[in-house]
Design a binder for this molecule. Structure first.
Ligand code: SF4
Ligand code: SF4
Length: 329
């Protein structure tokens, strides 16, 4: 085995694996907490990317931005542990009501931290990953933009580093938002963007932040799919829950586009996303995607080539509307 691959495997086994095991133990404790909201029998499995990486034997594997991403991922895993440990700081209230000015203050604060968009939803238990749990079923969901110019290099070392920097930054922002909530007498549980306990694109869609694309990612009006998503679960029971489905037109657009399907180097994206009888959507063969992900710095080609990244939501929406109006004439 080449020296670089040996270093990679040693670092993963000695540093990442024990920390990951600790995270899983804390997540298990949360699942065993009698007050937590647990997954259902129809919930999807979480794809355990780090454990999949540990199985890799290939010398030529190019993990996203390795080795520069090692301290960044280490910091994210440490933050995930902290977010779970911080659950003990909650007041233990069963529910809480806030007023409109508090929500305004929260949104303004989130924006100063770098949040791109923010929305609210109840969390259906089917969107909690199988055998995982969250502490509250009211979610504040937010997105953060990824760097457009660096994404253009994908698949590349620089993209791998940028993606992990975004995960890390958004994780720290989520922790600050949880701290803000606690200081104001509310309870909070951070869903870190790197390894959340829920299906984020589905949650983002419910929160009105966009709609899932054929590639499975959330397509947002401001940044297309070029975002990472995080959530803070809270005991606030009167969040201004989204009721609109104004981004649903994306489904029709994707039906005719399929650029992501054609350009995916791993042939991992299904021609049409599969919706099961419980309404859970699967767009990508995770194992096929992971093969390319591990060989090409995290890949991210599907995000790059999507017209919602290249052209932008507004232009596509206007063209779509014009087409529909013309077809009526
Ligand atoms: S590339 Fe096309 S089909 Fe794929 S998600 Fe983007 S718009 Fe939809
Ligand atoms: S990350 Fe790459 S391999 Fe995975 S689905 Fe997207 S384009 Fe395909």
């Amino acid at each position: 085995m080449k020296a670089k691959a040996k270093i990679r495997n040693t670092m993963l086994k000695v540093i990442a694996k024990p920390n990951m095991n600790r995270v899983l133990k804390l997540e298990q404790d949360l699942y065993n907490n009698k007050n937590s909201y647990k997954s259902t029998t129809v919930s999807p499995e979480r794809f355990e990317i780090l454990y999949e990486i540990l199985k890799l034997k290939d010398d030529n594997v190019k993990l996203p931005g390795f080795p520069r991403t090692i301290p960044i991922i280490g910091s994210s895993i440490s933050d995930i542990k902290n977010t779970l440990n911080l659950l003990s700081e909650n007041n233990g209230h069963t529910s809480k009501k806030v007023n409109k000015s508090f929500i305004k203050e929260l949104e303004e604060y989130a924006k100063t931290l770098g949040v791109g968009s923010i929305g609210y939803t109840k969390v259906p238990r089917k969107y909690i990953f199988k055998d995982f749990a969250i502490m509250y079923d009211n979610a504040i969901v937010f997105t953060m933009e990824m760097n457009k110019d660096i994404l253009e290099n994908a698949p590349d070392y620089s993209t791998g580093v940028m993606v992990h920097k975004t995960y890390n930054k958004l994780g720290k922002i989520s922790m600050k938002i949880a701290e803000f909530l606690r200081k104001n007498g509310c309870d909070a549980h951070v869903g870190h963007p790197l390894m959340g306990q829920t299906l984020y694109p589905a949650l983002g869609e419910l929160a009105g932040l966009g709609f899932h694309g054929n590639h499975g990612m959330l397509i947002t009006p401001k940044f297309g799919p070029r975002v990472r998503i995080a959530a803070v679960y809270t005991n606030i029971e009167n969040l201004p829950i989204n009721l609109s489905d104004k981004h649903k037109w994306i489904e029709e657009f994707c039906g005719k586009c399929k650029i992501c399907v054609k350009k995916c180097p791993g042939e991992a994206i299904y021609q049409n996303s599969i919706k099961n009888e419980y309404g859970i959507i699967k767009s990508v063969d995770s194992h096929k995607c992971f093969k390319i992900f591990s060989e090409k710095h995290g890949c991210t080609v599907c995000m790059k080539v999507c017209p919602f990244n290249q052209v932008g939501y507004e232009k596509l929406y206007n063209a779509h509307k014009t087409k529909i109006n013309n077809s009526k004439d």
